[in-house]
Ligand binder design. Structure first.
Ligand code: CMC
Length: 428
């Protein structure tokens, strides 16, 4: 295949380089297009625009393939732990025994959160959404660790900032949950691994057997691994673009958390359960709601269906479905919304509207059912997504800095008024 593409515009013809990635994806490098033709490219929602070259995650939406650093998601979900995957994403290789032990040790030294941060909880109204709290609390870490503000940290200093964030995130997430219940906060116990420690701080009032039940801890590990990265999605692009302005890690991740909050992105896991509840409370007529989703005059969409890049199946949904069955069986949960979910899935998968548009259940369709079975309230679901996505955001921020990428600054095509004459207020 040619390594250049020719664009003809009027009398002009320009040859642009075509670059090919390691999985044979090709892209036209249009950086010089404007110099020679005066043209920019327009692609609303960046549906066909590559924003960067990245060595972290590969995703083939047509064939349902997802790999982190070259490893298939299926294998990582089955064989590794969330902490191993975090190491892989951030440092680019699977850790050996000593490396993972060191990583675990470093994280365990930073799990405590500054006691003054507890005062923030007193200021939030009791019904504040956990995602708003999380975004604020993570951004405020920059006040407690002002050395993170230096955009020219040494690699060692930068690594300490990363370790602190990974360590404190689990504590902060569990504290948001405890505060929402009005329960006393539970402090980290560093005898536990990352995920067990998180479960301990979150559900420490339960017996130790429940908190560290291998089926439960395994399901949580799988969920976090499946969410750990997803290349240049809305929140990750946000993290990279905010970081490209030399913003510190905490502020950049806080911006990503805000982006993730939206129901079209990470907020979909909360929206799925709310939708299933709504259908159940409305009498459980699944066909009626499928028809609403198809009606172009009705804003209702089937939450948990469709994906910007997966147009065949979401490989994460396949893995999570199995974890969902395991957890429900182990915990003996008989959730009435699960029945609605199954009917909805079957109806949508056989309906030409969904088949033609390639709308399949995505990862968020099942994750909410597991979180609910584990005892998390609905508005905590997206926070759990954020806990899983954290290593991916960190890896993407670090890669962007190491590649010395320029500040992100898209262009636009202006379509507003032209050369209006100012009319004084009294004459309008
Ligand atoms: N229910 C009904 N119709 C849908 C849905 C849906 N969930 N999703 C897409 N469509 C239709 C849409 O109306 C359009 O129809 P038409 O071609 O007739 O106008 C067509 O399918 C293409 O949709 P689109 O909005 O152009 O696709 P997109 O790539 O811009 O949006 C999406 C992708 C995920 C935002 C969208 O499918 C959606 O809103 N899904 C529900 C929310 C959801 O589950 N989000 C979680 C995504 S997975 C977690 C993550 O990675 O963030």
């Amino acid at each position: 295949m040619s390594s250049t593409a020719t664009i003809t515009y009027g009398e002009q013809s320009v040859q642009l380089p075509v670059i090919t990635g390691t999985e044979n994806e090709s892209a036209i490098d249009i950086a010089k297009l404007r110099d020679t033709t005066g043209l920019i490219t327009l692609d609303s929602g960046f549906k066909n625009t590559g924003a960067t070259k990245s060595a972290i995650t590969y995703l083939d939406g047509e064939n349902g393939i997802l790999k982190y650093r070259g490893y298939a998601i299926e294998e990582l979900a089955e064989k590794s732990t969330f902490l191993e995957v975090a190491y892989l994403l951030i440092y680019g290789k699977l850790p050996n025994k000593k490396e993972i032990e060191d990583f675990q040790f470093q994280i365990s030294r930073h799990t405590l959160v500054h006691e003054d941060m507890k005062k923030f909880f007193d200021g939030f109204p009791s019904k504040s959404h956990p995602m708003g709290q999380l975004s604020s609390l993570i951004c405020s870490l920059s006040s407690f660790y002002p050395e993170s503000l230096n955009p020219h940290q040494t690699p060692e200093e930068q690594n300490l900032t990363i370790i602190k964030l990974l360590a404190k995130m689990a504590t902060i997430v569990s504290w948001i949950y405890k505060k929402s219940l009005g329960h006393p906060l539970i402090y980290p116990q560093n005898k536990y691994d990352y995920v067990t420690n998180f479960m301990h701080m979150t559900f420490g009032q339960r017996t130790e057997e429940v908190v560290i039940d291998p089926v439960v801890v395994n399901a949580m590990n799988v969920l976090l691994i499946l969410h750990a990265d997803h290349e240049q999605n809305c929140s990750t692009s946000t993290v990279r673009i905010v970081g490209s302005a030399d913003c510190n890690l905490y502020a950049s991740i806080s911006a990503g958390i805000s982006a993730l909050w939206g129901p079209l992105h990470g907020g979909a896991n909360q929206a799925v359960i709310e939708m299933l509840e709504q259908i159940k409370n409305d009498g459980g007529d699944v066909a009626k709601w499928v028809n609403k989703a198809k009606d172009k005059n009705d804003p209702f969409r089937l939450m948990g269906f469709g994906h910007r890049v997966y147009k065949n199946f979401d490989p994460r949904a396949k893995i999570i479905k199995k974890a969902c069955d395991d957890v429900l069986a182990k915990l003996g949960v008989n959730d009435p919304v699960l029945d609605i979910a199954k009917q909805l899935e079957a109806a949508a998968l056989s309906d030409p509207y969904f088949v033609e548009r390639k709308l399949y259940p995505n990862v968020d369709f099942y994750s909410g059912i597991i979180y609910r079975a584990l005892g998390f309230p609905t508005d905590m679901f997206t926070v759990l997504f954020a806990l899983g996505r954290l290593p991916g955001w960190i890896a993407q921020w670090k890669e962007m800095r190491e590649n010395k990428e320029p500040i992100g600054r898209p262009r636009q095509v202006y379509v507003g008024e032209v050369d209006l004459k100012y009319v004084p207020l009294a004459q309008r």
